[in-house]
Design a protein around this ligand. Sequence first.
Ligand SMILES: [Fe+2]
Length: 267
Amino acid sequence: MITHFSQLQLQTVSIRGVKQFYHEQLHFPVVYESDHEILLQPAEYFTLSFKEAAEPLAPAHFAFEVPYSDFNNVVDWLQRTGNVTLLKWPNGRIIDDFETGLNVYFRDGDGNLLEIIAHNYITEGILPPSGELKILYLREIGFPVDSVADFRSLLVDLFNFSLAKVYDNFTFAIGGTAHAVIASKQRKWIPIAMTALPPAMNVSFGISSLDFIEKVKTNLTAKGIPYESNEHAQLHFQFNEYSFCLGLTDFPDKAPALLNLPYSRLG
Ligand SMILES: [Fe+2]
């Protein structure tokens, strides 16, 4: 099974700008840095990478999960110490209090739409909260697509993902802690009605066993999707506008169930 998002690689027009925002303001540790690339570690099992690109960028949307009990302190820290401007809903509110949790949104220097989200049903103490933002894992990555129905059934067929909030223009496709937010390009991102353009991104998933890689290879072949695999037991492929990588990691594979995630609960 897919256990989590292990890396998100995005493009940037300024490595130095990325460092100022993510390292100096948000205090994400820098793992690697060159003139063309920077790698940050917001959570124990997740790295965020930016490569310099001399071309126009489409902003991405991604969301970090934090413990529910820390949410208000994290939001306070973001505003006071991080100097981050939180985005407003049309009625002026900043914190959204939805049925199962709380969230806030903000943007980085490239215009990527970031979210801090906390759910009241998640068991705390399973994964270590990292840094000042107490990040547990990367919960969401947004995938703007032409056909939500086609993309979600592809993710189900390839990865055995579960689906939630299944609508014509929006769906969550879920594997472990990873939630792919599949949104129609016609549906704008909340809370600022940001046009959903497909960003150039490479999404890496952690998997729980090498058997799973073999299953995905079979599924890719059945769909006629070419792939490459390497000696590190990683699998690379591309569909729609997006690049994907699957690889074995040391993420605890029981964590999604222990966290009490609705689609990972032990039956
Ligand atoms: Fe989101």
